[in-house]
Design a protein around this ligand. Structure first.
Ligand code: ZN
Length: 175
């Protein structure tokens, strides 16, 4: 198993809709293992494949009951409403109160191709919705109202500028 670098806001792979998984093979199982290790190391409770640069429809999660893998997930039903202070491993150190459905029903398959039909609420339902957003190429900032999104973009732009300013001198000295 290996820890993979987590792609950060600004990386185009996070804005692309992922492709359905066609083969449940050993490569996919290895990727899932690495994603689980990466999620624990972060630490996080969920991780989508495109967050480690692989544009395939799969995510891993663990909200406290052990690690799970969902391949080709989709939300079949949702209801209720719940506000939760939500963050994202691809947007470190920022979080917002975001309202989403409280309950969802998730369909997909596991690594062996067994059908999954999961009813979830609260944190688990939140995790499922967040990871499916990732797989659809949607980032958390897109779930904010206009004012908060503008503020978030301002912070993220400033951060990008500061990190490039930090990186540039080191890169030059390496030449
Ligand atoms: Zn995220």
């Amino acid at each position: 198993m290996a820890t993979l670098p987590i792609r950060l806001f600004g990386d185009p792979v996070l804005r692309q809709e992922t492709a359905p998984v066609a083969d449940l093979d050993a490569n996919l199982a290895r990727l899932a293992e690495d994603m689980i290790e990466t999620m624990y190391a972060a630490p996080g409770i969920g991780l989508a494949a495109n967050q480690v640069g692989v544009s395939r429809r799969m995510f891993v999660y663990d909200v406290g009951e052990g690690p799970h893998v969902v391949v080709n997930p989709r939300i079949a039903e949702s209801d209720g409403e719940w506000s939760y202070f939500e963050g994202c491993l691809s947007i470190p150190d920022l979080a917002w109160d975001v309202v989403r459905p409280r309950r969802v029903r998730l369909l997909g398959v596991d690594l062996e191709g067994r059908e999954l039909d999961l009813e979830a609420e609260d944190l688990l339902a939140r995790c499922f919705q967040h990871e499916i957003d990732h797989l659809d190429g949607v980032l958390l900032v897109s779930r904010l109202d206009t004012e908060r999104r503008k503020e978030a973009m301002r912070v993220l732009r400033t951060r990008a500028f500061e990190s490039s300013a930090l990186v540039a001198p080191a890169a030059r000295s390496g030449l």
